[in-house]
Every structure is written in C-alpha cells, then in structure tokens.
Ligand binder design. Structure first.
Ligand SMILES: [Zn+2]
Length: 324
C-alpha cells in the first residue's frame, strides 16, 4: 500500500525548534470506512507507539485495502519527552498541571471557547494539540485511542454501551462502559458527546480507548499479541472474517482504588484477580508503628491496574478497579 506521511507541527520550543508529530495516511483502492488510530497521548504510554509502528509495517505490505486508515503513533510529542530519573512522567503538562487526555472540547460552550481562542490567536498548547488531533480524526467511522495503565495492568477497553460489539473483534477480555452523562474532556468523548443530540447514533463515530498494556514498557511478546488483535479487528471492519472472542466481561462501574492506610504496599492480589469483600488484597508495612497491616477489600472488585508508587500516604490512588 502506498501512503502519505504528513508532518504536523505541534509546538515551537523555547530554542526555536519545531516539535512535530507524524500522521500516516493509507488510502484504499476500494470504498470503505475511515479508521483513525493513535497512541501515546499520555507520555508514559509508549506501548501504543510501538504497536502502531508494527501495524504500519503490516499495512505497507498489503496489496489492497478498503477505505482510509490514518495512524498517528505518537499523539503527544511533548508528553513523551517529559522524563525524570528513569521515569516517564508526562501524564500531565507540568507547566499547566493539565492531564493531556482532559483537553478535548466536549460541549458546545467549550467548542465556542476554543474557536474564540483560535480566532484571536490565543491558543494554549493543550487546545492546539486537541485541535490538531481533531482535525485529522474527525469524521472517522472508527476511532481507537491506545493507552496503558499503571505498572501492571489487566487489558481492558472503554467504549459506549451501544458500541461494545463494534470492538468485540479486538478480543479485549474486559470492557468498561463509558457514561455519556459523566464527561471529563477525553479524546474518545469529544467525538461522541457533542453530536449525541443532533446526529443519529449510528452516524456517530465508533470510539474506544484501549488500555492495552502497562506504562513505560514495550514487551515484545505482548506486542505480538496486541498486533494480532488489532489486525483481527481491522479485518472485521474490512469485511473479512475476524476470529471472535467467546467471552467478554462488561462493567459499568469503575474507579480508582485509594490507600485505606499509609505505608509500603506489598500486593497479594494480581491484576485480573477478582477480590471479594473482606478478602485481603495487600500487606502494608508501616515504619512508625512497626505493624504489617493486612488490607481487606471494603467491597468486591476486579483489580485492573496497579499504580507505580508502592510507598504511599493514605487516601492516594493505588490502583484501578471495576466493581463486580
Ligand atoms: Zn492514558
């Protein structure tokens, strides 16, 4: 397949250089849907970039394709360059404190605000990034935003209740249902929420955010697995026969897990484990009391992600869970 490589200027750095990102645009020789894929919107979530670069190699070798496929492997070149002492820390813009996936206008008033700022050449870097990613992805039939979670993660995907089947061939075992009433300014939402009142549901982009692995890691075996999953999903969209997953678990309630007690956490449960109410999921080492405290679940949940800081103050985020 031939493709066009488009360089998108994102930000001029203090020394005058221009930071860009690349969009790879494949146009098929048969009519078909427009598909948009991006990775690495959060800085530490480098897995998606490698996965999409692997996919580009596969697509380049294909003889024919339906529709259009646009791939942006590194959606946020600012975020990925934010590092400190062997850690990737670009989940937020450290100048503004803003989460890079809470920057997308999802209401008419937010859209009007950003249009005003653009007209008057007063755009924040967050608004500019949002606008560039939108300009290249809007109008797509399918949009997949590839992310990762924590230092350990059970693969899962976020999508709307009426879109689960559109992503079933991606073969992700756990689906989390997005709530159209609970809007945070994420990329996936911004392709759906503004259109819900005015456009029939089947004409709205099918969107999902795929938590494909864990942060700051590109495991080569997982990479191979996820590549076969994304190819399977694309095959389904292109009217070839995908291999369907037999069992998908869908959860509509999910949240961070907060440290009920301060100290050094040693996890007993692993990601993917279902933890029953009253079950011990970790031991916590407290250096002042000398105690080793078993931490019991206050309610039942499935552990989806374990975050990266093992020694933590009470009430801080320690994991990502869905309620069972
Ligand atoms: Zn993310």
């Amino acid at each position: 397949m031939n493709y066009q490589k488009k360089s998108l200027p994102i930000q001029q750095l203090a020394n005058g250089e221009i930071l860009t990102t690349q969009a790879y645009i494949f146009k098929g020789n048969k009519p078909g849907p427009k598909i948009y894929l991006q990775g690495n919107l959060h800085g530490p979530e480098v897995f998606g970039t490698a996965l999409l670069l692997e996919l580009i190699q596969v697509i380049k070798k294909m003889k024919q394709m339906r529709g259009e496929l646009i791939i942006v492997p590194c959606a946020n070149p600012m975020g990925v360059n934010q590092t400190s002492y062997n850690s990737m820390i670009g989940r937020y813009n450290h100048q503004s404190g803003i989460n890079w996936n809470r920057i997308f206008p999802t209401t008419p008033s937010a859209k009007a605000r950003s249009a005003f700022q653009k007209e008057n050449n007063n755009l924040s870097i967050e608004s500019k990034l949002a606008e560039i990613l939108h300009s290249i992805s809007s109008g797509s039939d399918f949009i997949l935003d590839i992310h990762t979670t924590g230092i350990s993660s059970a693969e899962h995907i976020f999508t709307y209740s009426w879109m689960h089947k559109e992503f079933s061939a991606l073969n992700v075992p756990i689906h989390l249902t997005l709530d159209p009433k609970n809007v945070v300014g994420a990329f996936d939402e911004s392709h759906v929420i503004p259109f819900l009142q005015s456009v029939p549901k089947d004409k709205i982009s099918k969107v999902a955010t795929w938590e494909a692995h864990h942060n700051s890691d590109i495991d080569s075996d997982i990479l191979k697995q996820r590549l076969s999953q994304i190819i399977n999903w694309l095959a389904g969209i292109w009217n070839e026969k995908p291999t369907p997953r037999t069992k998908i678990e869908i959860y509509s309630k999910y949240t961070h897990l907060y440290a009920p007690t301060a100290g050094y956490f040693s996890w007993i449960k692993r990601v993917g484990d279902k933890v029953k109410k009253e079950e011990v999921y970790a031991f916590v080492y407290n250096p002042i009391s000398e105690k080793i405290i078993p931490v019991k679940a206050k309610f039942s949940f499935i552990l989806l992600g374990i975050y990266g800081i093992p020694a933590i103050a009470s009430g801080e985020q320690i994991g990502w869970i869905a309620l069972t």
